[in-house]
Design a protein around this ligand. Sequence first.
Ligand code: ADP
Ligand code: MG
Length: 270
Amino acid sequence: VGTLHQRTTARILAIANQKGGVGKTTTTINLATALAAIGQTVLIIDTDPQGNASTGLGISRDNRENNVYGVLMGETPIKSAIYKTDIPQLDLVPSTADLSGAELELVELDRRSHRLYDAISEISDRYDYILIDCPPSLNLLTLNALVAVHAVVVPLQCEFFALEGLSMLMKTIDRVRQTLNPQLEIQGVVLTMFDKRNNLSLQVSQDVRDFLGDKVYRTVIPRNVRVSEAPSHGKPVLIYDHRCAGSQAYIGLAKEVIRRERQLNAAEVA
Ligand code: ADP
Ligand code: MG
């Protein structure tokens, strides 16, 4: 076992899939909120230039002076880029549109794939969980996330092309494991926007389970209008309407994530 992550105490997870619109940001925000609600201290790092996780948590665009771009460029210590959210125990490092130019700038810097890893090392003893919301591509920002984490949570939308692109993501994860981060693994795959009245949704979820087996969480996130309304109020759905089916599903997912992390930890110690 490598020593890469032994000094950290937080469990660090990337929410990644290079497809856009599959539920990465929604899962990041609501998994984080659910983890906080069951007693964990959580930090979200928004690494998508679109900044949807930051907006969805009520951090307005004109209040992101310190942000992940400055952190990656080495201009801002990560400690000064941590914002409190309205949810106790949930903090956020926001992103800004500057980040879309960061890739080219990162190429010029030392440790260009480890910039996020280095920054997280400074604060990982403050949290139980750190979740990284990834951009919709396999670029240097996503690579920085994959180097910095213990494991990946992959949201998969229950639609016809769900599995398309997944093999590329898995290949990328394998390559990062073989080179930059020997401990990297897929924590699990979460089916999102599931519609039980739709035969295609059922068929896709069955195919994905046949293909990926235990890697797929038992919890399925239903398509739920409350989930899609919540971000425009700057709130996680768990705060916006904690009783709706979407909120309950994210609580279930958080419990499964914790269970799996404990199993992984136990396996590492053994
Ligand atoms: P990504 O971050 O992968 O691009 P998002 O989390 O932003 O995806 O989700 C894409 C769109 O789908 C958003 O408008 C979001 O509100 C909506 N959405 C995500 N999950 C659900 C859900 N369970 N039910 C309804 N709408 C959802
Ligand atoms: Mg997103």
